[in-house]
Design a protein around this ligand. Structure first.
Ligand SMILES: NC(=O)c1ccc[n+]([C@@H]2O[C@H](COP(=O)([O-])OP(=O)(O)OC[C@H]3O[C@@H](n4cnc5c(N)ncnc54)[C@H](OP(=O)(O)O)[C@@H]3O)[C@@H](O)[C@H]2O)c1
Length: 340
């Protein structure tokens, strides 16, 4: 016996990947429902070698369904996730709505799998921001060995992090640069994204940080360790899929770069590719469609006593969203629901 699984937001970037990953990882699915807004009613989406028709989230009855993977944005999550949870269906949500709620666990299975038992308070589990997910996977094994005190991170985030519309905007603007028949003014992004980089993701806060930068700080503390200090600069770059991060780490104990490499090589969810020669590192284009979080360019930071630098790349639609959500579903299955 397997699970009755709902994917809400099945026509979106993350929802489509959720369906792909459920099939790829052979999650024990007895029945699947693909939901989106009314305008997508009947739209066909792929689930393994099958095609399924999208149903309307607004009229869907969650009674009798086991797990709902939500990827619909905060507003629609607010309207529909509590209904699903009240009907006894465990919600695994990709939006930022519940991430900072102390009653709701925020989980990256490689880092804080034991938090899964906290799901029962509200029947909801939160999935982190894409940039946080890949970073904490890389930080966890180094923290276990040498206690991380402070992290300085700069991100290079792909346009798929801003949904389908973000990808379309990069595509249309790029075409318009080569064939300027009509202008494609910025809509999803604040400035032209084609052939440009934009140091602004999500809204500005009073502190001068953006909300995306604040999320990396707050989520790292909740998932990994509240004592770790994090400062972030989040930048949108003209890459379709795959987020990259340059991470500087200060630890309590000295950690030699070679030992750090050895630790990362053995760590769950990580693929170390670090050859110290041209091409001996991973770039976003190579991580698309992969499960791993790639780490390259591990080296000492000689400007501080106990410092390391590294480069971290992952498919933001996978580890940053859909894969992590499916891993949470697997964890829920193996530790709590125990079907399949
Ligand atoms: N992209 C990433 O890297 C990433 C990473 C982590 C988390 N997330 C989060 O995941 C969520 C989805 O992101 P995305 O990139 O997949 O966005 P997207 O490509 O724009 O897709 C949005 C999906 O949500 C559905 N939807 C929106 N409003 C709805 C409503 N009122 N009722 C029913 N369905 C509705 C859309 O259905 P229609 O097609 O019918 O409009 C579509 O299926 C967001 O909360 C985002 O912050 C994204």
């Amino acid at each position: 016996m397997g699970y009755k699984v709902v994917v809400a937001g099945a026509t979106g970037n993350v929802g489509r990947e959720m369906l792909n990953i459920l099939a790829e990882r052979e999650f024990p699915v007895d029945e699947i429902a693909a939901l989106a807004s009314r305008k997508s009613l009947g739209t066909e989406v792929s689930f393994g070698d099958k095609t399924i028709k999208t149903r309307d989230l607004d009229t869907f009855d969650f009674t009798g369904w086991d797990i709902a993977l939500f990827a619909v944005g905060s507003e629609a999550t607010k309207a529909y996730a509590p209904k699903a949870a009240a009907a006894g269906c465990v919600v695994i949500d990709n939006s930022s709505l519940y991430r900072y709620d102390p009653e709701i666990p925020l989980i990256v299975p490689e880092v804080n799998a034991d938090a899964i038992h906290g799901y029962a308070k509200r029947n909801i589990i939160a999935n982190p921001n894409c940039s946080t997910a890949q970073m904490v996977v890389a930080l966890k094994p180094l923290h276990d060995r040498a206690r991380i005190k402070r992290v300085v991170v700069s991100t290079y985030q792909s346009v798929s992090g801003a949904g389908k519309e973000g990808m379309d905007e990069l595509w249309e603007q790029t075409k318009a640069v080569y064939n300027p028949v009509q202008e494609v003014p910025p809509k999803k992004f604040s400035k032209q994204i084609a052939f440009n980089v934009i140091p602004h993701i999500d809204v500005f806060l009073d502190s001068g940080e953006t909300k995306e930068e604040w999320k990396m700080v707050a989520e790292t503390k909740k998932i990994l360790d509240p004592s770790i200090k994090v400062t972030a600069t989040c930048v949108r770059v003209p890459v379709f899929v795959g987020h990259s991060e340059a991470i500087n780490i200060e630890t309590e104990e000295f950690l030699d770069w070679q030992e750090a490499q050895d630790i990362l090589r053995e760590a769950p969810g990580i693929m170390l590719v670090d050859k110290r020669e041209a091409g001996g590192y991973v770039t976003p284009i190579e991580c698309v469609g992969e499960f791993a979080t790639y780490v390259s360019r591990v080296r000492q930071d000689s400007t501080i006593e106990n410092g390391l630098n590294l480069w971290c790349v992952s498919d933001n639609l996978r580890k940053g969203a859909a894969l992590n959500a499916v891993q949470i579903a697997e964890l829920l299955g193996s530790r709590v629901l125990k079907k399949g």
